[in-house]
Design a binder for this molecule. Structure first.
Ligand code: SF4
Length: 182
């Protein structure tokens, strides 16, 4: 997620080992998110999707790609397909590309561990409703994600100082703003 916000976050966090000042705020948000997760999971919505089995907080890894992650809800559907739900403490109108690409990242983990490539997934924006919003994954999204993973590995292996984000507005509220050359 940090890489998609700005590639330099990886450098500051993992190479220079500088912690983000907003860590406390993130923890508060995480607490809220967990609370919302517990409070908003009506089972009838899963039935509407054709779910026959679900697993929560599923840890998956791919040693070939050097990636891992925890999927909020892994869903096995009656047609034999697999998909998942990611919960965001956000309004539906707050859709961000980073959230979508996190879903693409999880789809790679599922493809590796279950030999099934999810073509869609769902996000529940817990501040708006409990309704899962569907997102479709195209092969170009997967290709982009694979390139991104390689770029992150390159930074980590070589201590490479990456380019700044193209979205300069993000620099205004960045915890690394004082040490970044922008
Ligand atoms: S100040 Fe801007 S370019 Fe530098 S790390 Fe923050 S978001 Fe990225």
């Amino acid at each position: 997620m940090e890489y998609w916000y700005c590639p330099r976050f990886i450098y500051f966090m993992e190479i220079l080992k500088i912690r983000q000042y907003e860590e406390k705020r993130l923890k508060v948000n995480l607490g809220r998110e967990i609370h919302d997760k517990k409070a908003s999971q009506p089972e009838y919505l899963r039935k509407k999707l054709g779910v026959i089995k679900q697993e929560k907080s599923v840890y998956l890894s791919d040693s070939d790609q050097g990636i891992c992650g925890i999927i909020d809800e892994l869903l096995f559907l009656e047609d034999g397909s697999i998909t998942f739900i990611d919960f965001k403490f956000a309004e539906q109108g707050d859709k961000y590309k980073t959230q979508f690409y996190q879903g693409v990242f999880y789809s790679l983990l599922i493809a590796k561990n279950y030999s099934f490539k999810p073509e869609k997934f769902y996000i529940v924006y817990t501040r708006s409703s409990t309704e899962p919003i569907e997102f479709c994954i195209k092969s170009k999204d997967v290709d982009k994600m694979l390139v991104t993973i390689q770029e992150v590995h390159y930074i980590l292996k070589n201590g490479f100082y990456p380019k700044a984000t193209n979205y300069k507005v993000r620099c205004n509220d960045c915890t690394y703003g004082n040490i970044c050359s922008k």
